[in-house]
Design a protein around this ligand. Structure first.
Ligand SMILES: [Zn+2]
Length: 171
């Protein structure tokens, strides 16, 4: 634990260590001693079994046979592993150089004061979802549509019935 400004809840091992240490004291005395204990000022510094937990950062006593544990509890062990995994995922994402599929929106430079498109094709494809045409741009748009669709875009129905035709011939 190098970052002393980051606080986590003490793990079970850290709680046990503090409880054992403060067990013989009255409540008021314990309240005075606890901060110093948490700062690591009360235990015997030559005691190699007392260490800071690699996850919660509190002092605890390693009672494992070889004194090789780095976290005070199983929960802290799990916590440190999930942090490492998160870090690995972040690193992998940073180093991932696989080319991403190019999207039309990638061509829109929106973070400048005057946003613009670097490819006209992309602009025409989705540009007007963001800015409605007006003025000359609008006239261009109407002109273009007219050229593409003709004057009317209503389909003529094949089943059109002419009520005003020569239907009196039927009688
Ligand atoms: Zn811990």
């Amino acid at each position: 634990m190098t970052d002393k400004t980051r606080y986590r809840n003490p793990g079970a091992g850290a709680v046990e260590f503090a409880a054992e240490f403060l067990a013989g004291f009255k409540r008021e005395e314990a309240a005075v001693l606890a901060p110093a204990l948490l700062r690591g000022e009360l235990h015997d510094p030559s005691d190699k079994r007392v260490k800071r937990c690699g996850h919660c950062g509190y002092y605890w006593r390693d009672n494992s046979l070889r004194n090789t544990k780095r976290t005070c509890s199983d929960e802290c062990k799990t916590g440190i592993k999930s942090l490492q995994k998160r870090q690995q995922r972040a690193d992998a994402a940073l180093l991932d150089t696989k080319p991403k599929k190019h999207k039309l929106m990638d061509d829109y430079i929106w973070w400048l004061e005057y946003p613009f498109w670097i490819h006209e094709y992309s602009m025409i494809k989705i540009g007007w979802k963001f800015e409605r045409p007006s003025g000359i741009a609008l006239m261009d748009y109407v002109e273009t549509s007219r050229n593409q669709m003709g004057d009317g875009n209503r389909k003529k129905s094949n089943k059109h019935v002419d009520y005003h035709g020569d239907d009196r011939d039927l009688f």
